[in-house]
Design a protein around this ligand. Structure first.
Ligand code: SF4
Length: 735
């Protein structure tokens, strides 16, 4: 009613954007968000009073005219409006048809790191229980899956080991690499910069000199994709100078000798030749880090999004262990997670093909027994396809061109594939389902936009078109939804109740401040309705009931109840085993997450042959990433006034020397071309990267950078190589 619409709603909630997990009060009226105000600092553990520009001004998308308000069904090539009953009956019928004709494993589900833990738990339950398919994954595959694969092998849990404020914000020293912290995790970056001003040391190694490097004691420009060389070189120096933490290595780790042997060839000369890191920089950083009582190792996509991403993450984990900087306060391994719920919804809740919720292996009989007892159906016990492989498994789609074959890329075995050495049963690799032996014919996509986020999007688009059935559950008619047979309108984060888990494993509440437009419904409601039409009466009365089931089936969330979160402003950090458990602020204080309690050094070497940074035909290396004002594929921020005012379109950064060589002037349009495709974008002539490295952000449809990237995957985690693409540039003149 109009009276109700005029009512002001104030929700104590968690930010919809990044993994820092800032909390604030969100003001809504009807379908609109009016603004954001700081909340009581007792209830804002990650941010106190701070928020960044996205948290403060990034809510236009909620009330956007472009929100989907009714289910849409494709008929004769066009979308037409449909009732929920019609749309969901159709989806149920078509899913059943595909399953009957081609088997359950011809269906795949992708869930969303932007939705709640409760919704993600249900998305994987929908895949495994209702559809019976093992193929369920989400966009964490594209960001930190290599981190997860590496940390599971070395320390046990695929997660940040420490806290934002008390540890990252208070350490003596930082090594930050491959992270544009100031733009991607702004409030966290503010903490770091403040602590550096108060005297902490900061070392930044990165191909791009981002703002965080302005505050560094030392910024070292590296060549993209060569991090293993300088990380191993540092470890070699630390061992040689006897600067490592002997007691820690002796008492809390194993396989030290293997590490020493592996890093031995990484002499300062070799490191400089491969990575471009001068010996003096290497030694200074290595010595300061090793001598620091505490140190935080921060990284993001620059380290992970490589076709050897797992090896990169192993190398940084090895370094932190060597220096004894894990398992104590003010230290630790800090992979900065991207989306607001990529840790929880993307990982902890199990919408990943190798793990049931809580990182429980899909082939563990005891675990399967427990799920079967609860669900009445035994979940599939084989590891399904990763999202990056799902698109290659659609029949009739040509193979994508990578520029070289996977066999050329890797010589020898992947590190850590020996079971005893890695101390875990499944780091992510599996020989079962592959795109070669699997046909994916139907996809159910919850809140993902692979038509912009996949590498080589031409290939993803072709696959989306070739599917027998594509259902997309979304806020907007995204580039992916345009290919769908049925589009289901979903509620945004500002319209629902549930939990999200930030980068420091902290589970916090989100609460509704606005009403959903038209007939849009929450992911939980849609999935439950659809499950019912497919013969599974879930019977949840509210997200609280879903959390009860999470408690029962996910040991690390055993004591995380909505009731406790309502009372505790500071949320709860997992593992939280039962209702009396206070949560775990930092991991591995007493033991690592292995049976023997010891961490593993899993030595990591450069691949035999690195992907070439340039060729004669394609003389530049292109890297991709984010900018402060936008978010991922831009489906939310491209609908926001503040963000579009600041950065209205895509661009490529070009170093002045290269610009001069090419005859490119600032602000003119240029063509950037790779083996995969071509885009036209505006040139930003600036010195962020070296003369051979270009950068294009990932947020735009015109100038979509993933028209250029290739589908070359890390063999263990299947993360794509987004950071090294060979390209050439042609000026087009001012327009
Ligand atoms: Fe939101 Fe991240 Fe900005 Fe905090 S730093 S307000 S969580 S986008």
């Amino acid at each position: 009613s109009t009276a109700r619409k005029r009512e002001l709603t104030v929700a104590d909630t968690t930010c919809t954007y990044c993994g820092v997990g800032c909390r604030f009060e969100l003001y809504g009226r009807g379908e609109e968000i009016l603004g954001v105000r700081p909340a009581d600092p007792d209830r804002t553990p990650a941010n106190d009073f701070s928020t960044c520009v996205k948290g403060k001004f990034g809510y236009d998308y909620v009330g956007s005219d472009e929100r989907l308000t009714t289910p849409l069904v494709r008929e004769d090539g066009e979308f037409r409006e449909a009732s929920w009953d019609e749309a969901l009956d159709l989806v149920a019928e078509r899913l059943t048809e595909v399953r009957e004709e081609h088997g359950a494993d011809s269906l795949a589900v992708t869930s969303s790191s932007k939705s709640t833990n409760e919704a993600n738990f249900l998305a994987q339950k929908f895949a495994r229980q209702v559809l019976g398919t093992p193929h369920v994954d989400n966009c964490t595959r594209l960001c930190h899956s290599s981190t997860v694969a590496a940390l599971k092998q070395t320390v046990g849990y695929g997660a940040m080991t420490n806290r934002i404020n008390e540890d990252v914000g208070e350490t003596d020293c930082y090594l930050i690499t491959g992270s544009n912290t100031t733009e991607s995790h702004p409030v966290l970056a503010t903490r770091i910069v403040q602590n550096v001003r108060d005297g902490a040391d900061l070392f930044v190694f990165d191909p791009r000199k981002m703002t965080v490097a302005d505050h560094a004691d030392q910024y070292t420009r590296t060549r993209p994709g060569t991090d293993i060389a300088w990380l191993n070189g540092m470890m070699r120096h630390i061992v040689e100078e006897d600067l490592y933490d002997e007691a820690f290595v002796e008492e809390r780790t194993r396989q030290f000798d293997d590490l020493v042997e592996t890093v031995e060839p990484y002499t300062p000369d070799l490191v400089e030749e491969v990575s471009g890191v001068p010996p003096a920089d290497l030694e200074r950083a290595a010595e300061t880090i090793a001598r620091s009582e505490t140190c935080v190792y921060g990284w993001a996509m620059g380290l992970t999004q490589h076709s050897h991403g797992t090896r990169n993450a192993l190398a940084i984990a090895n370094l932190a262990l060597l220096c004894g900087h894990v398992g104590k306060p003010r230290s630790g391994l800090s992979p900065f997670r991207g989306q607001n719920n990529v840790q929880g919804g993307g990982g902890d809740m199990g919408p990943i093909p190798n793990n049931l919720p809580g990182y429980q292996p899909v082939d563990d009989e005891d675990v399967l027994d427990r799920f079967e007892a609860s669900w009445g159906v035994r979940p599939p016990d084989r590891v399904g396809l990763r999202i990056t492989d799902m698109f290659s498994a659609v029949p009739g789609v040509e193979e994508t061109v990578s520029g070289r074959s996977e066999a050329d890329a890797y010589g020898g075995d992947e590190p850590g594939t020996d079971e005893e050495d890695r101390g875990t049963e499944d780091p992510g690799a599996d020989e079962g389902y592959t795109p070669e032996n699997t046909d994916v014919r139907g996809m159910y996509i919850v809140g993902e936009n692979p038509a912009l986020s996949e590498p080589d999007v031409q290939h993803a688009e072709e696959a989306l078109e070739a599917l027998d059935l594509l259902v997309v559950q979304e806020l907007f008619m995204t580039e992916t939804a345009e290919h769908a047979d049925v589009v289901l309108p979903a509620a945004s984060m500002a319209e629902k109740y549930g939990t999200v888990t930030n980068t420091e494993r902290r589970i916090q509440l989100v609460r509704p401040a606005a009403e959903s437009p038209g007939e849009a419904r929450t992911d939980v409601a849609i999935l439950q309705d659809l499950a019912g039409r497919l013969g599974f009466d879930w019977g949840y009365g509210s997200p609280d009931d879903v959390m009860d089931e999470i408690n029962e089936l996910t040991p690390i969330y055993g004591g995380v109840t909505h009731e406790r979160l309502e009372e505790r402003g500071e949320g709860l950090q997992w593992p939280c085993w039962d209702e009396d458990h206070p949560g775990t602020p930092y991991l591995y204080e007493d033991e690592f997450n292995f049976d023997d309690g010891l961490a593993r050094f899993v030595p990591s070497e450069l691949p035999d042959e690195l992907y070439p940074l340039a060729t004669e035909e394609y003389p530049f290396t292109l890297t991709t990433g984010r900018v402060l004002y936008h978010w991922h594929t831009g489906s939310m921020t491209r609908r926001g006034t503040a963000s579009m005012k600041q950065v209205p379109e895509s661009f490529v950064t070009i170093h002045p020397e290269a610009a001069e060589r090419l005859g490119v002037v600032d602000d003119e349009y240029v063509s950037v071309e790779s083996r995969q495709g071509e885009v036209v974008v505006r040139a930003n002539v600036e010195e962020t990267s070296g003369p051979d490295v270009l950068f294009i952000p990932m947020h735009f449809v015109h100038g979509a950078v993933n028209r250029l990237t290739k589908e070359e995957l890390d063999p263990l985690s299947k993360i794509p190589e987004y950071k090294v693409t060979n390209v050439r540039v042609r000026p087009l003149g001012r327009e």
